[in-house]
Ligand binder design. Structure first.
Ligand code: A3P
Length: 292
Protein backbone atom coordinates (compact mmCIF):
# COMPACT_ATOMS: atom_id res chain seq x y z
CA UNK A 1 0.00 0.00 0.00
CA UNK A 2 1.61 3.19 -1.18
CA UNK A 3 -0.58 5.61 0.63
CA UNK A 4 -1.83 6.17 4.10
CA UNK A 5 -5.04 7.88 5.04
CA UNK A 6 -4.87 10.04 8.08
CA UNK A 7 -7.80 10.49 10.37
CA UNK A 8 -10.15 13.39 10.76
CA UNK A 9 -9.46 16.20 13.11
CA UNK A 10 -12.16 18.64 14.17
CA UNK A 11 -14.53 17.41 11.52
CA UNK A 12 -12.06 17.69 8.70
CA UNK A 13 -12.06 15.13 5.95
CA UNK A 14 -9.31 12.55 5.91
CA UNK A 15 -6.16 13.50 4.08
CA UNK A 16 -4.23 11.12 1.91
CA UNK A 17 -0.52 11.62 1.89
CA UNK A 18 2.44 9.57 0.85
CA UNK A 19 3.43 6.92 3.30
CA UNK A 20 6.65 8.43 4.51
CA UNK A 21 5.04 11.67 5.59
CA UNK A 22 3.96 11.17 9.14
CA UNK A 23 1.00 13.37 9.85
CA UNK A 24 0.77 13.00 13.59
CA UNK A 25 -2.17 14.05 15.70
CA UNK A 26 0.14 16.78 16.99
CA UNK A 27 0.67 18.13 13.50
CA UNK A 28 -3.04 18.13 12.79
CA UNK A 29 -3.61 19.93 16.08
CA UNK A 30 -0.89 22.42 15.25
CA UNK A 31 -2.69 23.13 11.97
CA UNK A 32 -6.00 23.52 13.79
CA UNK A 33 -4.61 26.04 16.24
CA UNK A 34 -2.25 27.74 13.82
CA UNK A 35 -1.79 31.47 14.48
CA UNK A 36 -2.10 33.14 11.13
CA UNK A 37 -1.07 36.77 10.70
CA UNK A 38 -3.28 39.11 8.77
CA UNK A 39 -0.53 39.80 6.27
CA UNK A 40 0.29 36.15 5.62
CA UNK A 41 -0.06 35.19 2.00
CA UNK A 42 -1.02 31.64 1.22
CA UNK A 43 0.18 30.06 -2.03
CA UNK A 44 -2.04 27.11 -2.84
CA UNK A 45 -1.91 24.47 -5.52
CA UNK A 46 -2.41 20.85 -6.30
CA UNK A 47 1.17 19.53 -6.71
CA UNK A 48 2.83 20.12 -10.10
CA UNK A 49 0.65 23.05 -11.06
CA UNK A 50 3.25 25.82 -11.02
CA UNK A 51 3.88 26.45 -7.32
CA UNK A 52 7.55 27.33 -7.78
CA UNK A 53 6.69 29.64 -10.66
CA UNK A 54 4.26 31.61 -8.54
CA UNK A 55 6.62 31.72 -5.57
CA UNK A 56 9.34 33.19 -7.79
CA UNK A 57 7.01 35.83 -9.22
CA UNK A 58 5.92 36.86 -5.75
CA UNK A 59 9.45 36.94 -4.42
CA UNK A 60 10.45 39.21 -7.29
CA UNK A 61 7.46 41.47 -6.81
CA UNK A 62 8.18 41.98 -3.14
CA UNK A 63 11.87 42.57 -3.68
CA UNK A 64 10.95 45.53 -5.91
CA UNK A 65 8.38 46.87 -3.55
CA UNK A 66 9.11 50.54 -2.99
CA UNK A 67 7.56 50.71 0.50
CA UNK A 68 9.30 49.69 3.69
CA UNK A 69 9.30 45.96 3.13
CA UNK A 70 13.05 45.74 3.19
CA UNK A 71 12.87 42.13 4.30
CA UNK A 72 10.69 41.38 1.29
CA UNK A 73 8.84 38.16 1.36
CA UNK A 74 9.98 35.29 3.51
CA UNK A 75 9.05 31.99 2.01
CA UNK A 76 8.49 28.99 4.14
CA UNK A 77 10.88 26.42 2.75
CA UNK A 78 8.32 23.66 2.42
CA UNK A 79 4.58 23.18 2.40
CA UNK A 80 2.84 24.06 5.63
CA UNK A 81 1.62 20.54 6.22
CA UNK A 82 4.92 18.86 5.48
CA UNK A 83 7.42 17.78 8.08
CA UNK A 84 7.36 17.80 11.84
CA UNK A 85 6.41 20.24 14.55
CA UNK A 86 9.65 22.23 14.24
CA UNK A 87 7.95 23.67 11.16
CA UNK A 88 5.78 25.76 13.44
CA UNK A 89 8.76 27.18 15.33
CA UNK A 90 10.27 28.09 11.99
CA UNK A 91 7.04 29.89 11.13
CA UNK A 92 6.81 31.76 14.41
CA UNK A 93 10.36 33.01 13.92
CA UNK A 94 9.80 34.26 10.39
CA UNK A 95 9.46 38.00 10.20
CA UNK A 96 6.46 39.22 8.23
CA UNK A 97 5.62 38.91 5.45
CA UNK A 98 5.29 35.20 5.29
CA UNK A 99 4.56 33.43 2.05
CA UNK A 100 3.19 30.06 3.04
CA UNK A 101 2.91 27.38 0.39
CA UNK A 102 0.42 24.59 0.89
CA UNK A 103 -1.18 21.78 -1.08
CA UNK A 104 -4.05 21.36 1.36
CA UNK A 105 -7.64 21.49 0.21
CA UNK A 106 -9.77 24.45 1.28
CA UNK A 107 -11.43 22.55 4.12
CA UNK A 108 -8.09 21.49 5.54
CA UNK A 109 -6.31 24.82 5.87
CA UNK A 110 -5.99 26.36 9.32
CA UNK A 111 -9.17 28.25 10.06
CA UNK A 112 -7.38 31.49 10.95
CA UNK A 113 -6.36 32.01 7.35
CA UNK A 114 -10.08 32.35 6.71
CA UNK A 115 -11.13 34.31 9.79
CA UNK A 116 -8.24 36.76 9.39
CA UNK A 117 -9.04 37.17 5.72
CA UNK A 118 -5.49 36.36 4.62
CA UNK A 119 -4.71 36.68 0.95
CA UNK A 120 -4.65 33.39 -0.91
CA UNK A 121 -3.38 32.71 -4.40
CA UNK A 122 -4.50 29.48 -6.01
CA UNK A 123 -2.88 28.21 -9.18
CA UNK A 124 -4.62 25.58 -11.23
CA UNK A 125 -3.25 23.62 -14.18
CA UNK A 126 -5.16 21.37 -16.55
CA UNK A 127 -5.33 17.91 -15.02
CA UNK A 128 -3.81 16.04 -17.95
CA UNK A 129 -0.58 18.02 -17.96
CA UNK A 130 -0.59 17.91 -14.16
CA UNK A 131 -0.78 14.12 -14.30
CA UNK A 132 2.12 13.90 -16.76
CA UNK A 133 4.21 16.26 -14.68
CA UNK A 134 3.45 14.28 -11.54
CA UNK A 135 4.31 11.03 -13.29
CA UNK A 136 7.82 12.29 -13.99
CA UNK A 137 8.11 13.64 -10.51
CA UNK A 138 7.18 10.25 -9.06
CA UNK A 139 9.78 8.56 -11.22
CA UNK A 140 12.59 10.76 -10.11
CA UNK A 141 11.75 11.32 -6.49
CA UNK A 142 13.12 8.66 -4.15
CA UNK A 143 10.58 9.60 -1.48
CA UNK A 144 7.64 8.69 -3.67
CA UNK A 145 6.39 5.22 -4.57
CA UNK A 146 7.97 3.68 -7.61
CA UNK A 147 5.45 3.72 -10.46
CA UNK A 148 7.34 2.92 -13.62
CA UNK A 149 4.69 2.69 -16.27
CA UNK A 150 2.69 5.69 -17.39
CA UNK A 151 -0.45 3.55 -17.63
CA UNK A 152 -0.06 2.45 -14.00
CA UNK A 153 0.43 6.01 -12.88
CA UNK A 154 -2.59 7.23 -14.79
CA UNK A 155 -4.66 4.57 -13.11
CA UNK A 156 -3.76 5.73 -9.60
CA UNK A 157 -4.10 9.38 -10.61
CA UNK A 158 -7.64 8.72 -11.83
CA UNK A 159 -8.50 6.98 -8.59
CA UNK A 160 -7.06 9.86 -6.60
CA UNK A 161 -4.54 7.56 -5.01
CA UNK A 162 -1.61 9.87 -5.43
CA UNK A 163 0.03 12.35 -3.15
CA UNK A 164 -2.62 14.85 -1.99
CA UNK A 165 -5.41 12.70 -3.35
CA UNK A 166 -7.90 13.52 -6.04
CA UNK A 167 -7.23 16.47 -8.35
CA UNK A 168 -10.96 16.98 -8.72
CA UNK A 169 -11.71 17.15 -4.99
CA UNK A 170 -8.80 19.49 -4.49
CA UNK A 171 -9.61 22.00 -7.17
CA UNK A 172 -13.34 21.93 -6.52
CA UNK A 173 -12.78 22.77 -2.86
CA UNK A 174 -10.91 25.91 -3.95
CA UNK A 175 -12.95 26.71 -7.01
CA UNK A 176 -16.07 27.08 -4.86
CA UNK A 177 -14.33 29.90 -3.04
CA UNK A 178 -12.70 31.60 -5.96
CA UNK A 179 -14.88 34.72 -5.76
CA UNK A 180 -13.83 35.49 -2.19
CA UNK A 181 -12.30 38.95 -2.19
CA UNK A 182 -9.12 37.67 -0.52
CA UNK A 183 -8.58 35.05 -3.17
CA UNK A 184 -6.85 35.17 -6.55
CA UNK A 185 -7.45 32.20 -8.81
CA UNK A 186 -4.84 31.80 -11.55
CA UNK A 187 -4.64 29.46 -14.53
CA UNK A 188 -1.28 28.01 -15.55
CA UNK A 189 -2.23 28.07 -19.24
CA UNK A 190 -3.28 31.69 -19.12
CA UNK A 191 0.00 32.60 -17.44
CA UNK A 192 1.87 30.83 -20.23
CA UNK A 193 -0.07 32.86 -22.78
CA UNK A 194 0.45 36.29 -21.24
CA UNK A 195 2.71 36.39 -18.20
CA UNK A 196 3.03 40.20 -17.90
CA UNK A 197 -0.76 40.50 -17.67
CA UNK A 198 -0.81 38.11 -14.73
CA UNK A 199 2.24 39.58 -13.01
CA UNK A 200 0.32 42.84 -13.09
CA UNK A 201 -2.79 41.14 -11.75
CA UNK A 202 -0.79 39.56 -8.91
CA UNK A 203 0.86 42.88 -8.06
CA UNK A 204 -2.51 44.65 -7.79
CA UNK A 205 -3.93 41.81 -5.73
CA UNK A 206 -1.01 42.12 -3.32
CA UNK A 207 -1.11 45.94 -3.39
CA UNK A 208 2.42 46.17 -4.71
CA UNK A 209 3.10 49.04 -7.02
CA UNK A 210 5.50 48.23 -9.80
CA UNK A 211 6.18 49.97 -13.10
CA UNK A 212 5.48 48.52 -16.52
CA UNK A 213 9.23 48.08 -16.95
CA UNK A 214 9.46 46.12 -13.74
CA UNK A 215 6.57 43.93 -14.81
CA UNK A 216 8.36 43.15 -18.05
CA UNK A 217 11.61 42.49 -16.23
CA UNK A 218 9.94 40.14 -13.70
CA UNK A 219 8.09 38.30 -16.47
CA UNK A 220 11.37 37.71 -18.26
CA UNK A 221 13.12 36.58 -15.11
CA UNK A 222 10.29 34.18 -14.33
CA UNK A 223 10.11 32.56 -17.75
CA UNK A 224 10.62 28.82 -17.72
CA UNK A 225 14.05 29.00 -19.33
CA UNK A 226 15.40 31.71 -17.05
CA UNK A 227 14.15 29.90 -13.97
CA UNK A 228 15.58 26.61 -15.14
CA UNK A 229 18.96 28.17 -15.82
CA UNK A 230 18.95 29.90 -12.49
CA UNK A 231 18.12 26.60 -10.78
CA UNK A 232 21.05 24.94 -12.52
CA UNK A 233 23.39 27.71 -11.41
CA UNK A 234 22.13 27.44 -7.86
CA UNK A 235 21.95 23.70 -7.66
CA UNK A 236 24.28 23.52 -4.73
CA UNK A 237 22.00 25.79 -2.78
CA UNK A 238 18.78 23.89 -2.27
CA UNK A 239 17.37 25.97 0.55
CA UNK A 240 15.17 28.15 -1.62
CA UNK A 241 12.85 25.45 -2.76
CA UNK A 242 9.26 25.59 -1.60
CA UNK A 243 8.91 21.90 -2.23
CA UNK A 244 10.10 19.73 0.59
CA UNK A 245 9.89 16.54 -1.40
CA UNK A 246 12.83 17.33 -3.57
CA UNK A 247 16.32 18.38 -2.77
CA UNK A 248 17.05 19.05 -6.41
CA UNK A 249 15.48 22.10 -8.04
CA UNK A 250 16.30 20.65 -11.45
CA UNK A 251 13.53 18.17 -10.81
CA UNK A 252 11.02 20.97 -10.91
CA UNK A 253 11.92 22.47 -14.27
CA UNK A 254 11.18 19.65 -16.64
CA UNK A 255 9.40 21.05 -19.72
CA UNK A 256 7.07 23.83 -18.62
CA UNK A 257 4.65 23.66 -21.55
CA UNK A 258 0.93 23.34 -22.17
CA UNK A 259 -0.33 20.16 -23.86
CA UNK A 260 2.55 17.78 -23.16
CA UNK A 261 -0.14 15.24 -22.20
CA UNK A 262 -0.71 14.61 -25.90
CA UNK A 263 2.69 12.88 -25.98
CA UNK A 264 1.60 10.43 -23.29
CA UNK A 265 -2.14 9.73 -23.46
CA UNK A 266 -3.37 7.10 -25.87
CA UNK A 267 -6.78 7.92 -27.36
CA UNK A 268 -8.31 5.25 -25.18
CA UNK A 269 -6.76 6.74 -22.06
CA UNK A 270 -8.00 10.15 -23.12
CA UNK A 271 -11.57 8.92 -23.45
CA UNK A 272 -11.35 7.19 -20.09
CA UNK A 273 -9.93 10.29 -18.46
CA UNK A 274 -12.59 12.59 -19.91
CA UNK A 275 -15.32 10.24 -18.76
CA UNK A 276 -14.11 10.21 -15.16
CA UNK A 277 -13.49 13.93 -15.03
CA UNK A 278 -16.57 15.12 -16.87
CA UNK A 279 -18.86 13.08 -14.69
CA UNK A 280 -17.45 14.69 -11.56
CA UNK A 281 -16.98 18.26 -12.64
CA UNK A 282 -19.80 18.62 -15.11
CA UNK A 283 -21.68 21.23 -13.17
CA UNK A 284 -18.66 23.35 -12.41
CA UNK A 285 -17.02 26.05 -14.48
CA UNK A 286 -14.02 23.75 -14.72
CA UNK A 287 -15.71 21.26 -17.02
CA UNK A 288 -14.21 22.71 -20.18
CA UNK A 289 -10.81 22.90 -18.56
CA UNK A 290 -10.26 19.17 -19.03
CA UNK A 291 -10.11 19.73 -22.79
CA UNK A 292 -6.89 21.72 -22.70
P1 A3P B 1 6.41 20.05 -16.07
O1 A3P B 1 6.77 18.85 -15.29
O2 A3P B 1 5.22 19.84 -16.97
O3 A3P B 1 7.55 20.64 -16.82
P2 A3P B 1 5.31 22.75 -9.10
O4 A3P B 1 6.17 23.95 -8.94
O5 A3P B 1 3.92 22.99 -8.56
O6 A3P B 1 5.95 21.53 -8.54
O7 A3P B 1 5.08 22.51 -10.65
C1 A3P B 1 6.10 22.07 -11.49
C2 A3P B 1 5.69 22.26 -12.93
O8 A3P B 1 5.66 23.67 -13.23
C3 A3P B 1 6.67 21.61 -13.89
O9 A3P B 1 5.91 21.19 -15.02
C4 A3P B 1 7.56 22.82 -14.22
O10 A3P B 1 8.30 22.68 -15.40
C5 A3P B 1 6.54 23.92 -14.33
N1 A3P B 1 7.17 25.24 -14.22
C6 A3P B 1 8.05 25.65 -13.29
N2 A3P B 1 8.44 26.91 -13.54
C7 A3P B 1 7.79 27.30 -14.64
C8 A3P B 1 7.79 28.50 -15.43
N3 A3P B 1 8.56 29.54 -15.11
N4 A3P B 1 6.99 28.55 -16.52
C9 A3P B 1 6.23 27.50 -16.85
N5 A3P B 1 6.20 26.33 -16.17
C10 A3P B 1 6.97 26.23 -15.08
Amino acid sequence: DNTAVFGCSHGRPALTLIDNIRVSTELLQALDTFDAREDDVLLVSYPKSGTHWLAEIMKNLYSRHSDNHSAGLVTLTSSLEFGDLSKFDELRNLSSKRLIPTHLSYDMIPVQFKTKNCKMIYVIRNPKDTAVSMYHYYQQNPHLPNVEKWSSFLEIFLKGEVVYGSWIDHVLSWEKNKSNENMLFLYYESMKKDLPKHVKEISSFLNISVSEDQIREISKKCSFHEMKEQAEREKVNTNHTVCALTSDRKLIFRKGVVGDWRNYFTSKQNVQFDAVFKEKINSSALASYVEY
